[in-house]
Structures are given as C-alpha cells and as structure tokens.
Design a protein around this ligand. Structure first.
Ligand code: FEO
Ligand code: CA
Ligand code: CA
Ligand code: CA
Length: 750
C-alpha cells in the first residue's frame, strides 16, 4: 500500500487541491497538504481538557435584557424582540458549548444513539455494534421537516418533526475509526471485516424524529420515521447520467444504481419539501492500483481520476477494500481489474457514482435516495435554492470544496408551479425539477461583475477541450470540474456552504480558506490573489506562519434582472474572516471587533424566520485562541460597502494591485458571536422550527485531536464532550446534535 497517497484523518481532507489546470495561473504539482488544523493543533487544545459536568453547556456574558423603551403615545411601541439583542459570547478554549445568557443548549442526538426499539443503549466503550440502527458519526448538514400531531408532513409544525442529518465521516488518524472500537481498531492490513462494517455504517444519512415533550426536546428512539442510509445502501442514478457508459459497474450493468451516499457535508431543502445532501470528499475512500493507468490503456478515465483526486497508487482513507472477498469491500477498489470492455466486471467506474447532490424523501423511508446528476459531479457542499417565483425556472447554487475549485448554478428546465409544494410523491417532483436543466459555472471579474458560463457539450471550449475528450452532456456533468477548467472558471478559496438571503435573493458563499494564495505564485498550484479571492497574507499561530488566505471570507452574488436565469451578476465580499487585531488595511478589511472576529467560515444559512445569517466555523488557524464558533449576522446587500485596492510587492520589484469590493463594515448591531463549541470540534448543521424558537446545530468531531494511543486514558482526551455535559455513557467524545432555545420562549438570535 502506498502510504504516501493515503490521506490520514488528521489531515483535513477538504484542504487538498486537485485543480492544476492553468486557466488563470501556473500550477504544476498535484500536492496533498496537511491542514493547519492538523499541524498546529497543540498544547493550547490539550490544556483545555476540562470536565465541567453539568456545567458542560454553559451560558456566559452579562445581562442581555433589552432595555425597556417608554412607549410613545402616538407611535406604537417597538417590538419586544430586537434581533442580535443578546450579549456576544467571548472566544474560548473551554471544552463546553457556550451560548449567550438567556439561552439554553441541550444535547439531543449523538453518535451511536439507538434508532429502533430493539437497538441497545450506546455504551460508548468500543463494544457497541449494530450501527445500521444507530446515529452515524460526524453529524454535518441538517434540515428540519415538520410533523403534525397526528404524524403527517407539516410545513408549520413547531413541536414535532424529523431531522435529516448528514454523517460526513468518522474520527481517525490512521486507518481506524478509533473511538468506536474497543482497542482503537486495526491500522494494519487487512482491516478486519467487523471493523469495516462498523465504519461503513457510520457514514451516510440519518432521519430521526424529534419532539418537544413537557417543554423539552428529545429524539424518539422507536419512531417509525427513523431511518439510516449508509454508504452501502442502494441509491438510484437519476438525470442525464442515468444509464451512461461511465456508470457501468459490476453492481449495476445498466448504470442505473449504485451503493450508498458518502461524505455528506452540506444540505438543502427543496421548494417542494424534500431533503438534499451534498457528497463531498468521497474520492479519498477509494483505492487505485499502482499500475492502473497502464491497465486502463491510459484512456481518458485517467485524466478524470486524477482531476478528482485519485492518481494511480492512491491509497484509501480506511482501506475498506481489504475487508474481505465480499463485493461490498471490493467496490472500494476503483482499479481496472476485469477483462470487460465496458467495466461490467469490476469497479473501475465506481467513483463516477459518487459526487452528487442526492435527494431523499424524509418522510418515506421506502423510497431510495436519488442522485441528481444534472447538478454536476464534484465535492458538493450545500445546495441553496434561489428565490422561488411561480412561472420561472428554479436556480440551485452550489460550491465545490477543494482548493482552487468552482462555484456552480443549476437552472431547471421546468418552471415553478406552486401546486408542486408538499406533493405526495416528493421524488417524482424532484425528477421534474432536478433531472433536466442547465449547469453553469461562475467567472468573477475585477470590476465587481461576473458571469455564469453554461457547461454544455455544444460549447466549443468544452467540445474541443485538449485536457479531456467529452463524449456527451452526461460526460460533461460527470466531469464538471474538467468542464469548468475548459471554460476558464474562477478558482476560488474553497467554496463551502451557500445560502440565499430571503430578504433580497442574494446568494452567500463561504470561502473557507486557501493556503495556496500567494503574491508570487510558484509551483504546487499556487494562485495569485484576484478580486474575488483578494487576500494573501501571513497570520501567526504561535511561532508558525500561516500563509495565503488563512481566515477565509464570505462572498455574495446579486443576480441580474433575469433572476434565476440571469447570465450575469454583481458581487462583493460580505465579510472577511480575520483576527480583530489584524491589519485593518490589508487583513481585517471588515473591521471585526473581538465580539465578531472569526476564521474559516464553513456552515452558512439564513433563518427563514428571523432572516439572521448564521455563520459557523471549521477552523484551524485561530484555534490557538478560540474553539470553533457560530455567529449571527444581519447583512445588508451587494454594493453597500466600498472598493478597496490591495497592493502587494512582488519579487520582481513591482506591485500587484488587486481591486476588491468590501461590504459595509459590521457593527455591534449587525454581527455578533453567538456560540463557541467544545475542543477540536467544528460547528455545522443549522436548521430551526418554522417559528424560529428552536435552533438545531451540530457539533462535529469534538476531541478529534486525541491520540489513539491515549484511548485507554480519558484524562488525556482533548475533549470528553458530550459526556462532560451530562449526556450518555462513557467518556469518549461524540459528534452530536444540540437544540438551542431561549429561556423566555423567544426566537433564537433575539
Ligand atoms: Fe465537509 Fe467542506 O466541509
Ligand atoms: Ca493568529
Ligand atoms: Ca463543510
Ligand atoms: Ca470545512
């Protein structure tokens, strides 16, 4: 096994660049980079191993009661609610969830929790099995689907519903998911089948019923709605790639099915009420033989595999392919092993079955998940629907999260009919809107404008692309990264989630960070800063230099008048992540204060109730000072700020001037830190009840920095959350969903 190419779990698999096309820069060597989070996690984190028992979920800060206003006899009194009226939560390294005074955060649903009446309580000591009937690991994106009192789908229910949860990955440093095996599991080959079976079952999706009983939210262990979809559950291929030659496998010779959804990250909710989920870093789970290029006759599949991160000899994240002779293990080997011409006797095409937005009916577990291939294949995050207008096509906005990847928009062929909301057959409605349409990629210009370029086989730049010979439109969609290369799309600083501002339809994109931005780019896919990704600087973490755009930014797009079908837009940067003390002229361009400063935005979603823009971080750059966090923003609009020109000295003695557009500076009334999580976690998953009074949030991978060698000694865990908050057995840290409520019964964020 070529360990050089294995991505250890201590490496953030997001932080890998595979885009070495020279559309806007020189980039040569495909390189896997160890994230700052992994390299620089150190003493500060371990020093924060504090057991706080029932204080694990704490409130802090001073009194946040809004001062009463004397009612004016003529003008009606102001509403009691003032959004962002809470006192900002301070940065923290404590192993707790901290929310503002006046709020309560409670653990609701954690890794291993049983989902059937017969599943046993989770012991959390490495002896648990039956993970197909338990909550998966690494809770990520999440959506709420209401249920009426009599258990029917309801868009207005506020006390009962189904949470649809992504289970992105599992905590490992070498091969093994060590917190779920008694002795930490096996890091030599072959992997025992029993370990592999547990680990595959931890990935995928869960649907879990939650309800408010006696004023307290709980999940319902024996609900008939509870469901698991794992990375081995059969899924339907839907849309233009269904039946395409590139999807023929031993499992599905007619290219209509595949097994599982994998590394599900961001989510979305369709206008008709179903759940969508993005498959992100799936490629790292597959292995390719050391001589696979030659085995394939160096055909065009080699370019595709390389572009999606699997050069020959690449080793897999968990070596699941070594679990045994059964086909469920063999499918993880993406090498050409068979003699067939079409791939019907092996899994050489298996990776083409991953990398999609998938749609599930959260209320009907009998319906297989559908892979919506029309939206393109890449490292998907969330899928955000643009403002819905009757009689107009739907727009779906998406990002591809790897360094230097692209932003996309799908526009449906079908125009929206209000009669399609909450249909009896959600996936048939999904077929109507998501299986036929046009896929576009974004190109950002230095004057604050931008354009959507259609990824069509009829575009000469694609049809005649020297880097890859596209056979048909399905091939363009399956290889959307290569199609983006062909049309010269703008390489971004790792697009994570996107969300649409319900107030004005503008689309917000988290660009989490990019270690490759460099004023003097040389080699290894370095990129010069450009207008939409304008910063390249050094931030210190202790004595370590973090270069590029270590803190990330949030970009927003305003479509031209045509709305969902517009081919042009304007843009600016809503916020630049930065330390509050950083240079205001070059780094802290949004003038963040200590109540607002953040790094590496990732989860991002607007509240349909309050309009608050929730921002969550998945950071390694500022974690010497604070754990990851969640902020509440009340943004303005594209163009409410100013143009700024950043000047960089170049090695040649010249100056690189980069124009960018900075949104209006945040104030204490428009941006505030709302939550800080436990040690080594990222904050993710944002959804709420329709009244805005219960906010569900996910704490992913607390304690992931714990050494596997320290498994026997809980005092050496970097986190013991949520056990430290009084939830569940054992002390091994667990990813979990929390629910946040306001003690006075008000809306979250007021
Ligand atoms: Fe799974 Fe890009 O975060
Ligand atoms: Ca720093
Ligand atoms: Ca993410
Ligand atoms: Ca991330």
């Amino acid at each position: 096994m070529n360990s050089k190419d294995r991505v250890p779990a201590s490496i953030d698999p997001d932080d890998i660049g595979y885009n070495d096309t020279p559309n806007e820069h020189f980039s040569t060597v495909l390189e896997q980079r160890i994230s700052r989070r992994s390299l620089l996690r150190g003493g500060a984190a371990s020093a924060a191993t504090v057991v706080l028992g029932s204080m694990g979920l704490s409130a802090c800060g001073s009194d946040n009661i809004v001062s009463p206003t004397v009612p004016d006899p003529v003008i009606p009194p102001p509403p009691a609610e003032k959004l962002l009226g809470f006192t900002a939560v301070a940065k923290s390294l404590a192993d707790v969830v901290t929310v503002p005074v006046g709020y309560t955060a409670s653990v609701l649903y954690a890794l291993g929790d049983p989902l059937t009446a017969s599943a046993t309580a989770f012991k959390n000591d490495g002896t648990d099995a039956d993970f197909e009937n338990r909550a998966g690991d690494h809770h990520d994106g999440m959506e709420f689907f209401g249920l009426s009192a009599d258990g029917k789908p309801s868009a207005s229910a506020v006390e009962r519903g189904i949470l649809a949860v992504n289970h992105e990955a599992t905590t490992n440093q070498q091969l093994s998911s060590f917190f779920i095996h008694a002795n930490g599991g096996t890091n030599t080959l072959p992997r025992p089948a029993a370990e592999v079976d547990r680990e595959t079952a931890l990935h995928g999706l869960s649907m879990v019923e939650v309800r408010k009983t006696g004023g307290k939210w709980e999940y319902v262990k024996d609900s008939a709605f509870n469901r698991r979809v794992t990375c081995l559950t059969e899924c339907e291929i839907s849309g233009p790639a269904r039946g395409n030659a590139l999807l023929v496998t031993k499992y599905s010779k007619d290219a209509t099915k595949t097994r599982g959804t994998l590394n599900n990250c961001g989510t979305g909710k369709t206008p008709w009420g179903s759940f969508v989920s993005g498959e992100e870093n799936w490629s790292g789970y597959f292995v390719r033989g050391a001589a696979d290029n030659a085995a394939r006759g160096n055909d065009k599949s080699v370019a595709s595999l390389n572009r999606y991160g699997r050069s020959q000899g690449a080793a897999s994240r968990h070596a699941w392919e070594t679990g045994g002779a059964d086909d469920k293990y063999a499918r993880w080997n993406n090498s050409k092993l068979g003699a067939s011409a079409d791939g019907s006797d092996d899994y050489r095409n298996e990776m083409n079955g991953m990398g999609y937005i998938v749609e599930a009916d959260p209320y009907n577990k009998a319906k297989a998940v559908r892979k919506r291939t029309a939206l393109g294949r890449y490292a998907h995050e969330s899928a955000a629907f643009g403002k819905v207008v009757a009689g107009q096509p739907l727009a779906v906005y998406m990002g591809d999260d790897s360094r230097n990847e692209y932003i996309f928009k799908f526009v449906s062929s079908a125009v929206w009919s209000a009669a399609d909301a909450n249909p009896a057959d959600m996936l048939a409605t999904g077929d109507k809107y998501l299986d036929s349409g046009k896929l576009y990629v974004a190109k950002f210009a230095a004057d604050g404008s931008g354009s959507w370029i259609e990824l069509s086989i009829s575009n000469p730049a694609i049809a005649a692309y020297a880097g890859y010979k596209f056979a048909d439109q399905a091939d363009v969609l399956i290889n959307a990264r290569l199609a983006g290369d062909a049309v010269g799309a703008t390489k971004m600083d790792r697009p994570e989630w996107c969300s649409v501002n319900p107030a004005n339809g503008e689309v917000y994109f988290s660009l989490t960070n990019n270690s490759n931005r460099n004023v003097n780019p040389t080699g290894s896919s370095a990129l010069a800063p450009d207008s939409a990704n304008p910063r390249a600087y050094t931030d210190m973490k202790g004595t370590a230099s973090q270069n590029g755009n270590p803190n990330g930014h949030i970009l927003r797009v305003k479509e031209a008048l045509a709305g969902s079908t517009a081919l042009s837009f304007t843009w600016d940067v809503y916020l630049f992540g930065a330390e509050s003390g950083a240079d205001a002229g070059k780094v802290n361009l949004s003038s963040l204060t200590s109540d607002q400063d953040f790094s590496s935005p990732d989860g991002l979603a607007f509240s349909p109730s309050t309009g608050i823009c929730w921002i969550q971080t998945d950071d390694g750059a500022y974690t010497d000072v604070t754990n990851c966090m969640m902020l509440a923003g009340l943004p303005g609009q594209v163009g409410d700020g100013k143009k700024v020109t950043l000047s960089y000295p170049t090695t040649g003695g010249g100056t690189l001037a980069v124009d960018t557009y900075v949104g209006k500076a945040a104030t204490a009334d428009t941006l505030k830190r709302f939550l800080v999580g436990p040690v080594d976690c990222e904050l993710t998953g944002i959804c709420e009840t329709p009244d805005g009074k219960a906010l569900f949030v996910n704490i992913q991978h607390p304690g992931e920095g714990t050494s596997q060698a320290n498994l026997a000694d809980p005092s050496k865990y970097t986190s013991q959350w949520p056990a430290s908050a009084g939830y569940g057995a054992g002390k091994r840290p667990r990813s979990a969903t929390i629910v946040i409520t306001k003690n006075d019964g008000g809306r979250i964020g007021s």
